[in-house]
Ligand binder design. Structure first.
Ligand code: NAD
Length: 282
């Protein structure tokens, strides 16, 4: 069997047409959607992500700005910047680019963002709403995963989903969003026993571990949809958490790295920004 490739790159490109139309609809109502990214220090990976987000905004006609604070910025100054963006009615989305330099309190910064402008969906208010299955800003990566699965026509209702990784930004929200789609979800992590025995039961397997080629072919049920969230740099190349070549021979569907979940994450950030702008304009 050779798995069907779930191309996040292609789906994200297709979604740009309706997204650009939404920008024009908002502009017709006198609203210019705007996203502001706050970053601190000089993390090279963060710089690439921030540039990709700015380019996506540019393609759609969303205004974007990056506030680049120094590596030594104080917590007080960071919070002052966030307060300013919260109070600015021309700003609809605020994204705190993680990781922040170690001396800064990341949780306090995320908590300071107005939940209505929290386009990353990391604020406790939005996390709580997700837990309760209520509307709210959803974290972009899990949202992108669900969109990708749905666009491929993969049945979620009643499917067995296994998520490997329990981070607050990917694993846990992915498990909650799949639960909301009526999957039966098992959340695995570094203390899980007999991992392969569990993953082999998955109709949908999400790997968010951060270990290159962690998911091997013997961990995958034949025909399963395998979603590779990992971004790992090995010998200057970006690889995922899934052993792509071997797993594609077993799985029914698989996301490539790059070109899978990554572009969908950016695309969902655009959707969240447009949603925030639309809500602010009502
Ligand atoms: P994290 O380090 O916060 O979490 C990793 C998780 O993996 C932990 O919950 C841990 O329990 C689990 N884990 C570690 N070793 C394990 C093992 N042996 N067995 C089972 N579980 C194990 O990472 P994260 O922020 O969730 O990111 C995961 C990966 O996804 C990283 O490679 C990251 O770069 C990537 N990522 C990609 C996107 C995207 O848009 N594609 C977005 C966010 C993160």
């Amino acid at each position: 069997m050779s798995a069907i490739i779930l191309s996040g790159k292609e789906l994200a490109a297709q979604l740009e047409t309706p997204q650009a139309q939404r920008v024009r609809d908002l502009q017709a109502r006198g609203v210019s959607p705007k996203l502001v990214v706050v970053m601190a220090g000089d993390n090279p990976a963060s710089a690439i992500y921030v540039r990709n987000k700015a380019r996506a905004c540019e393609r759609l006609g969303i205004l974007s700005d990056t506030i680049h604070l120094s590596q030594t910025v104080s917590q007080q100054e960071l919070l002052r910047v966030i307060d300013g963006l919260n109070a600015d009615p021309t700003v609809h989305g605020i994204l705190i680019q993680l990781p922040l330099p170690e001396h800064l309190d990341e949780d306090a910064a995320l908590l300071r963002v107005n939940p209505a402008k929290d386009v990353d969906g990391f604020h406790l208010y939005n996390a709580g709403r997700l837990l309760r299955g209520e509307d709210g800003m959803r974290p972009c990566t899990p949202q992108g995963i669900v969109r990708l699965l749905k666009s491929a026509g993969i049945a979620l209702d009643g499917a067995r989903a296994v998520v490997i990784g329990r981070s607050n930004i990917v694993g846990k929200p992915a498990a909650l969003m799949l639960t909301q789609e009526n999957c039966t979800v098992t959340l695995c992590h570094s203390h899980t026993r007999d991992l392969a025995q569990i993953t082999c039961q998955a109709d949908i397997l999400v790997a968010a571990v951060g270990k290159p080629r962690f998911v091997t072919a013997d961990m995958v049920k034949p025909g399963a949809a395998v979603i590779d969230v990992g971004i790992n740099r090995v010998d200057g190349k970006v690889v995922g958490d899934v052993d792509f070549d071997a797993v594609s021979a077993v799985a029914g569907f698989i996301t490539p790295v790059p070109g899978g979940v990554g572009p969908m994450t950016v695309s969902m950030l655009m959707e969240n920004t447009l949603e925030a702008a639309w809500k602010a304009s009502r």
